[in-house]
Design a protein around this ligand. Sequence first.
Ligand SMILES: Cc1cc2nc3c(=O)[nH]c(=O)nc-3n(C[C@H](O)[C@H](O)[C@H](O)COP(=O)(O)O)c2cc1C
Length: 352
Amino acid sequence: MGLFYEKALRPIFFRMDPELAHDRACAAMRLLSSMRGVCSGMARYNQNYIKPVKLFGLDFPNRVGLAAGMDKNGEFPNAAAAFGFGHVEIGTVTPAAQPGNPRPRLFRFPDEGAVVNRMGFNNHGSEAIAERLVRTFPRGKRLIPLGVNIGKGKATSLEQAVEDYLLCFRRLASQADYFTINVSSPNTSGLRDLQSAEYLDHLLQSLQVENTKLAKKLGHAPHPLLLKIAPDLNYREIDFVLEKLLQHAFSGIVATNTTIERPGGIGAEEKGGLSGLPLQAKSTAIINYIHKATGGRLPIIGVGGVDSVESAGAKLDAGAQLVQIYTSWIYRGPFHAATLARALKTREEDWI
Ligand SMILES: Cc1cc2nc3c(=O)[nH]c(=O)nc-3n(C[C@H](O)[C@H](O)[C@H](O)COP(=O)(O)O)c2cc1C
């Protein structure tokens, strides 16, 4: 199937403007997602190949998830499950709907297996997305866990940012299986400063206090909270982030978002975040560092340039428990997640 996509479908998609191709793919995913019976049948078929993982109290049918940014509005989690993803992270969701940056804002670099984007958190807003999830992907009837990745609105100052995260948290808490706090997109001005000493402590503490309060009120366990970091932090900055995550009892870390660096000059002509193969080694090195620095106490979702069983395996060997993909799905097609999950299972069995 992968070969069919690469030989027959990809050339058609790649003749289109990248965002138009993305919109068409999303439309197809939405259509499939609306056929719930078909999705559960496909998901069950794909789950014949996979190996469950228990992490932060959740059951993940396999180790390969869909990274944030593909399903920004929670429109096709059923289809993601159908294509063999073991979890889906929707968003980034901001409090209110916003259009994102002007187009063009998405660029492919096929020879390098890379993409540059400067989307700027285009999304339907927390209220509409929460309402959609209740209707189409209700808790208790899910085939895979749902992560909700949240961020601040474009116009919100860094001083007010905490309120945006809290608002998204409250609005989506009844639907999220876990939350990822995104402080690492390069496409919302100043957002990455939230990783610094000036803002991070207050942000993490406020969210965890709110999380505990809500859990007590509703009589359930607190939500797993994760933080998604940039690959452009230095090791001193990463140490600070790790200290704060452990201090505030965060459940894990998503490493990493896209990079603003341009290794080998790839994508240098476009502003934004670079993803795909040029990010692979860097994100793996960061995962390795986090794992060693925390003695494995902080679960890691590894993301950045995962395109094969070898690159997924390298992230797991470095200390990640789960991996996510985005860019390789564009290059390898819809069956890539199932292929990877199956290959990872075989790899684990070979180790035993
Ligand atoms: C077009 C595009 C949009 C993205 N949007 C988001 C986003 O809204 N929030 C987020 O946390 N990450 C976003 N990402 C980053 C991915 O989730 C992922 O961290 C990054 O692309 C590295 O993984 P990859 O090399 O498998 O693509 C986006 C990536 C791409 C390519």
